[in-house]
Design a protein around this ligand. Sequence first.
Ligand SMILES: [Zn+2]
Length: 398
Amino acid sequence: MTVWDALIGQDSAVDTLRAAAQAGADIAAGRPVPPGAMTHAWLFTGPAGSGRSVAARAFAAALQCDRRDQLGCGECAQCRTVAARTHPDVRSVVPDGLSIGVELMRSVVGLSARRPSLGRWQVVLIEDADRLTEQASNALLKAVEEPPARSVFLLCAPSLHPDDVSLTIRSRCRLVPLRTPPADAVASVLVADGVDAESAEWAAAAGHGHVGRSRRLARDADARARRAEVLAIPASLTSLGACLDAADHLVGAAEGEAAALSAELDAGETEALQVALGAGGTGRGVAATVRGTAGLLRDLEKRQRSRATRTQRDALDRALVDLAAFYRDVLLEHAHSPVARAHPDFADDVVAVAQRVDPAGALRCMDAVLACREALDLNVKPRIAVEAMTAELRLPGD
Ligand SMILES: [Zn+2]
């Protein structure tokens, strides 16, 4: 498997990155390349689940890969250590809590000016560039404006909106827009993973272009049950008590999903890191590496904590996207529209809610769901934001 195989439905981005990796190898070998063939700063954007950080990491591996005939082979020592996050010339910048501060950014920028030790490039990968503080962003801008000869900055952010990435940084970066992968591409990946065709098709549609989510829906009965719980909410909101119960369920389901996902990822990563570090080894040099090992494990734990916070928000956000799509289905029902429903398996509930909520009411419900997403973005406590929303979604007439 090459590093590119993990990118689903992103052919044009893969072409761009492959060509740039080739140019990068040529530059390192002293061969001439056309102007602009390789760039020092890249910005990967796309909706959650489109694979921004997967694309950036694949590119980082291809920039260092030993296989000149197949850059990003996924098998050489360079590709493997980039994947395990132990490559000395690929530095990940991870938010401490919810933001990336200026001190951290300054030190990373300083390190990026060194010559690469094993690879061809000093790569700095910022998976959450939307979490840079303004000062950190300015520190990065200086490096991006006058990059050291062998430095490459890979930034990932949800969108090009100035709230996500400052205009000046954006103007210095080559853009790699990733799209929401089409359902048939997601379905064929699931089939290749061993999921039967019918389940794969259903999970691809129900995941709304989020590959990881579709994979969990296909494989994990708990994930399917959590989705069903979320989608059963609109028809159940017949009293204030029911609204509060529903809020409790939503927040609880997000916590449950995040915990399951984090446990799975954490265990895999810790093991990969220990294998990469030769866990259990004895002999010369062990004492020297132990100090480095502790640092790497600390970094990993920090990254995992930060991810747990993000994962819980993402899980809740996906539940809200499912809910908004439910009310969209209600509107389509009112309009007798032939447009495909987002949740065909909840058609009965959609009809039941449409009988009690008129089109204007359905629009108000969508607004309430979107307002809840915005509140969560602004760091309002999940339970408070969700309770306010479910109260708004209460069915009329009770
Ligand atoms: Zn390789």
